[in-house]
Every structure is written in C-alpha cells, then in structure tokens.
Design a binder for this molecule. Structure first.
Ligand SMILES: C[S@@+](CC[C@H](N)C(=O)[O-])C[C@H]1O[C@@H](n2cnc3c(N)ncnc32)[C@H](O)[C@@H]1O
Length: 389
C-alpha cells in the first residue's frame, strides 16, 4: 500500500469525515491526543478539534482550511498513529521512519464506519455515545471509553432530551454568549452537559451557575469543573427559596426535577430577571396536595389519594403556566420523556415575549380560594404586584 503524508490523507477524507484521532506523539511538547469531528454551526460545516493535555481537554472549532493548515504545520509526522473514519471506511495509519504514513488493512479492532455514532443518530441523540465528554465519566454516566453506564441510561436519555429541546429553540439563533442558571442542580449531569453543548458544540461564551442545597455535591461539581478547565461553570450552595442569589443576569433558567416549590422559586427568579428562556421539568409536588379540599365541580377527583395527588400536580403546573403567561411568556407544556422512563415527565417551556396579562392569575386565584390551597409561584407574583401597587 502506498505511503502518503497524513495531510493528504486527511484532505482526501474530509468531505465525508466522521471522526479523526491522532495519538502517540513523538515528543512531549505535543498534545497527547487530538480528536476531530465535524459539526454544523449556523449552517456552516466546521470541525471541532479536541486537544488532550494531561487531565485537561481543550476545544476549538475550525473550518476545513484551518484544520488542514494545522495538520500540515503541526501534526503530520509528529503522531505515530492516526485513525480516519469516513462515512464508508475506518482506516488506521502508522508513521514510518521516512515520515510518511502507511495505511493498515482494516482489522476487527477498528471501529465500524459510523459504528455506535450512526446508531445513536438514529435515535436522534445529540450527545452521542462514544463522544469524548470526560466530565460524564467523572459523573458516572459514561465509562472511561465513553459508553453509557447501563444503570445510568435513563439519566443519559433525560439529559439528551433536555438538550434536544434546547437545540430546537436555538436552531436559528446566532447568539454568541449566554448566562444560564440551574436551580436544584444536584449531581449536575444536566449542568455539565449544557456547558458542553453551548461552549463546545456551539462555541459560545457561556456562564452557567448551578445552585443546590447540598454542600457536598456543590464541592464535588466544583472540583470536576476545575479539573476540565470549565472556567464558565460555577456551583453555589444555596437554598433557592430563601437565600439571596448572586444577582447574575439570566438569559435562561433551567430546572430538572428540582424538588417541590424549588421549581417555583426558579420560575419566579426567571421572571424577575427577565430570562428569555425557561426549560423546567418539575419534580414531586406537595404544596397543593397537602392543602386542597373539596370545594366545587371537581370534588369527584379528590376522593382517592392517587387521584388527588395527580390532580394537584396537574393543577400546580397549569397554574405555573398561566402565571408565566401573565408575566410575559409564551408557554408550552411538552412531554419530556416517555412515561415509562420517568413519571415526572412534563416540561414547562417558556419564551419571553414581554406581553403581560392578568387573567391567568385571576383564574388561578379563584381556584385556590375555592379549593383552599396556596401555590408558591402565584403567591410570589401576586405579592410582587401588591408591593408595586
Ligand atoms: C431530584 S434532585 C435533581 C438533581 C438534578 N437536577 C438532576 O436532575 O439530576 C433535586 C435537587 O434539588 C435540590 N433542592 C431541593 N430544594 C432546594 C432548594 N430549596 N434550594 C436549592 N436546591 C434545592 C436538592 O438538594 C437536590 O439535589
């Protein structure tokens, strides 16, 4: 088989390239490993370069010309091994003593063309299994070779779906910077993935703050963010129902299963800060369920604990939606994941329009008085209205 320069091989593969990996550098000053994969940003085909240096990884997005220039100037002849995967072929190259590369016959150990990636693409996952997202390894969602840990498949599915919905909202956006607040971030699978999606996949300037009650998870997540040089990602211990938050502006507020009324405080914070986007998947619901009593046409739904619980959860989310509409948001209620994967599968998705109203809150207030319950988001917004008056 003819020996050629790596740059020529890369150039020939570029049109259908799905992945390239350069490894085993000859000298210590070189990055330990380079990975390249194509991505489309605002309609432009680019290549995401990932450089691995020690425990840290760095990302940049390059066009084809810049990628080939780097390959010619810095990588060709400097890495002992290269893997080029196109839509039709996986090829492994080895560096020869004359500085050229020899293509090895495809072996069983080589990845199948497209392999796991095309499988995941069929499922529409944005974060593909096999994708180099090292923080997910630390969080126990990926194995060290970036496969999904079986016991974490539901979580993987959930965060993919969350990002998919955000991706849809940003399809036409040419925004360059974003500040996101994640309320009740917990172990922060979503928070890390959002950082990865915006900073790495979209190449944006990102600030994300995750808030949680638990000091130990905040410390652990801070450690992981520092390990990977995620400078725009911070974690803060706070009780979002009581503590004064950092006062950051927020372009987006997210919650994923933030307990009970923590979701309401997140929604209220978003309203107060005029956040453009809200993506909120509520969690367990106790407030309305604990107080609701018979009072009218829907008493038939209050006779059994299970029905009462479900009615209370639906009422709570319906009120949240109506309040958000009054406070200047266009609201959708969408199914987040299949019910079989999580019963807490409703997402409140809201986009700020600035058009305010009063009817939704009045309607919710009438129901609350009639059935004897309180609802935190309604209370917070009504109180703000009274203080202003
Ligand atoms: C079910 S976990 C969800 C964690 C994460 N968002 C996820 O989906 O993996 C709920 C998290 O909300 C946090 N939380 C509950 N109430 C809170 C409050 N008032 N302020 C801050 N965090 C709160 C809990 O500590 C917990 O970590």
């Amino acid at each position: 088989m003819a020996e050629r320069s790596l740059s020529l091989e890369l150039e020939a593969a570029l049109g259908t390239l799905t992945k390239a990996v350069f490894s085993q550098p000859l000298d210590r000053t070189a990055d330990a490993k380079l990975s390249v994969r194509p991505l489309t940003l605002r309609g432009e085909r680019l290549f995401q370069l990932e450089r691995q240096r020690g425990a840290q990884v760095f990302h940049e997005n390059l066009d084809a010309g810049a990628l080939l220039r780097l390959c010619r100037a810095e990588w060709d002849g400097r890495y002992r091994q290269a893997l080029l995967v196109t839509e039709t072929e996986s090829a492994q190259y080895s560096l020869k003593t004359n500085g050229r590369y020899k293509k090895n016959a495809a072996g069983a150990a080589l990845p199948r063309p497209g392999g796991a990636e095309s499988h995941d693409r069929q499922k529409g996952y944005i974060l593909r299994e096999g994708e180099n997202i090292p923080a997910l390894v630390d969080l126990g969602v990926f194995t060290p070779d970036f496969r999904v840990v079986k016991a974490r498949y539901d979580k993987y599915r959930q965060i993919n779906r969350f990002v998919e919905l955000i991706d849809q909202a940003f399809a036409e956006s040419d925004r360059k910077a974003i500040t996101i607040l994640d309320f009740g971030c917990g172990k922060s699978y979503l928070t890390f993935i959002l950082y990865y999606y915006f900073a790495v996949k979209r190449g944006m300037d990102v600030t994300i703050i995750g808030y949680d009650l638990k000091a130990d998870v905040v410390a652990r997540c801070t450690q992981i963010a520092e390990k990977y040089g995620y400078t725009g990602l911070r974690f803060v211990r706070a009780d979002v129902s009581r503590d004064a938050l950092c006062g950051e502006r927020a372009d987006m507020v997210v919650t994923l299963h933030a307990c009970d009324t923590a979701t309401d405080y997140a929604l209220y914070y978003a309203i107060e800060k005029g956040a453009d986007y809200i993506f909120s998947v509520p969690c367990c619901q106790h407030e309305v369920n604990a107080a609701i009593r018979k009072g009218g046409d829907y008493d038939i739904l209050l006779g059994h604990g299970l029905l009462k619980e479900r009615l209370s959860a639906l009422l709570t989310d319906a009120i949240r939606g109506r309040v958000l509409e009054d406070m200047g948001y266009k609201v959708d209620m969408i199914e987040f994941t299949d019910f079989e994967h999580s019963p807490k599968n409703l997402m409140i998705r809201a986009r700020r329009t600035g058009k305010r109203g009063t009817k939704g809150r009045a309607e919710a207030r009438r129901l609350a008085e009639k059935y004897g319950f309180t609802q935190t988001l309604l209370e917070l917004c009504d109180k703000e209205g009274e203080e202003r008056a």
